[in-house]
Design a protein around this ligand. Structure first.
Ligand SMILES: [Zn+2]
Length: 451
């Protein structure tokens, strides 16, 4: 390992220059700008390292180019599948950036640029780990496959279907995802799962135009009241969700998962201060972490109707819109929750509301007792020289379920981004030390998994 680590140290500046080439190529999936160019750029980079790349068009109108890669050793016993995504979020507002988003710049030990941390810099660390092993040891101790998603920032709409139809290509013993930030304490983290999400929009309509609330008010129904009535059916007085079957199939934390949650560094008082909070949601006997990782939510993400500007406007609105996201946990199925939501709408007599499902991600979790998990922990220790924070499940959502549930490969996440990476925001950045320790961790993982 010493030889590999020395190679990483000696070549780090060149690695960063190469990453800059990738960061200069915009790949904004939301408006399909540069995504195809970026896939071709990756193919060239992978070939140069010795990874065999292939662009796999995922079909449909846009035919997004999934970038697949493999480096196989006939003597290797295990195969690791690495998930990453090469599309990025739109960079706007441009004026809020201290340096242009697609002109990567180093300041104070950080690489600034769109995609530096989310996710180009993080999966590029895996590329460079392979290069470092090949240049020093001469061959890979395990097989590695890459699945680089071109559409993660728009919800990976093609991934589930593509994985279903192409299971064999991606076959592996274990999968790794490096995305998102490290722990706020500055320590690295190893995460075993994620919540899923179901996003719905509900519309209520009144008259066919906004009306004067005096000249028309009284006989004319107000769609905002209709949504308020609907909302009031969704929750019990104790804060639980009143949709029938909403809590079905939830798997409570195991004793080991509880132990992990208890060890996550978290200062409740400081957290409340930071966000200006006086209390958390009930029930009080369920911990912050358990609510975040093991319980589903029903969130009002937006409620729009009538007039919300300064001063008064006496309007009787013709339309009201509600946006709701539901974070779901293992073993809930967001499509099943959507059916239960629709049943609730009908059961309570709200057939006049228009309900739409906007997007879903399935939840995913890998057992904290997975026999290969300690190898990931050890790789992080060697790479970062720090003890990782073990997280049974992240609160957010990502396409990991395609790998966990469709490809049936256990997946673990090791984020290489600093906790203040500003992903999706101006001045996105990756701390160079995190990038370097990430390369070290991936290289160590190859050897851990070979044993
Ligand atoms: Zn992102």
């Amino acid at each position: 390992m010493e030889k590999v680590y020395q190679y990483i140290d000696e070549n780090l500046n060149r690695f960063i220059e190469e990453l800059f080439v990738l960061l200069r190529q915009p790949s904004i999936s939301a408006r399909w700008e540069g995504v195809e160019e970026c896939s071709r750029l990756l193919v060239g980079m992978m070939e140069k390292i010795g990874i065999k790349p292939r662009i796999l068009p995922m079909g449909g109108k846009r035919n997004p180019p999934l970038v697949y890669g493999e480096i196989l050793n006939p003597e290797a016993r295990r195969t690791l599948l690495i998930y990453g995504h090469f599309d990025v979020q739109p960079p706007e507002p441009l004026e809020a950036w201290d340096s242009p988003p697609f002109e990567p710049t180093i300041r104070n030990g950080r690489i600034y640029g769109r995609g530096s941390a989310d996710n180009k810099g993080q999966f590029f660390a895996h590329f460079k780990a392979i290069e470092a092993v090949l240049k020093t040891i001469g061959r890979m101790p395990i097989n590695v496959k890459f699945l680089l998603d071109p559409e993660e920032e728009v919800g990976s709409p093609s991934l589930n279907g593509f994985c279903k139809a192409n299971k064999d290509i991606f076959a592996a013993d274990m999968a790794l995802n490096s995305d998102g930030p490290m722990d706020t304490s500055g320590r690295p983290r190893l995460s075993f799962g994620n919540r899923g999400v179901l996003y719905v929009e509900v519309n209520a309509r009144g008259a066919n135009t906004d009306l004067h609330s005096g000249n028309f008010g009284g006989p004319i129904p107000n769609p905002a009241w209709r949504l308020v009535e609907f909302l009031s059916t969704l929750r019990n007085p104790d804060g639980t969700v009143a949709i029938e079957g909403f809590y079905d199939n939830i798997v409570p934390p195991t004793p080991k998962e509880r132990e992990m949650m208890a060890r996550i560094p978290f200062d409740e008082k400081k957290f409340m201060e930071k966000y200006g909070l006086k209390k958390f949601t009930p029930p009080e006997d369920v911990s912050f972490m358990e609510k975040l990782m093991f319980r589903p939510t029903l969130n009002i993400a937006g409620f729009t109707s009538g007039y919300g500007g300064p001063g008064s406007k006496t309007v009787l609105p013709c339309r009201a819109t509600l946006k709701m996201d539901m974070r779901v946990v293992v073993n809930q199925d967001p499509e099943d929750i959507y059916q239960k939501f629709l049943r609730h709408v009908r059961k309570h007599g709200f057939d006049d509301l228009e309900v739409m499902m906007l997007n879903i991600y399935h939840p995913s979790r890998t057992s904290v007792d997975h026999p290969l998990a300690p190898k990931f922990t050890e790789a992080i220790r060697r790479g970062f020289q720090q003890e990782p924070v073990l997280v049974p499940s992240g609160g957010g959502s990502f396409p990991g379920a395609a790998i966990r549930n469709i490809l049936d490969i256990p997946i673990l996440s090791i984020p290489y981004g600093n906790h203040d990476e500003n992903n999706h925001a101006p001045n996105e950045n990756l701390v160079i030390d995190c990038f370097k320790n990430g390369i070290r961790t991936t290289a160590a993982l190859f050897f851990e998994l070979a044993e």
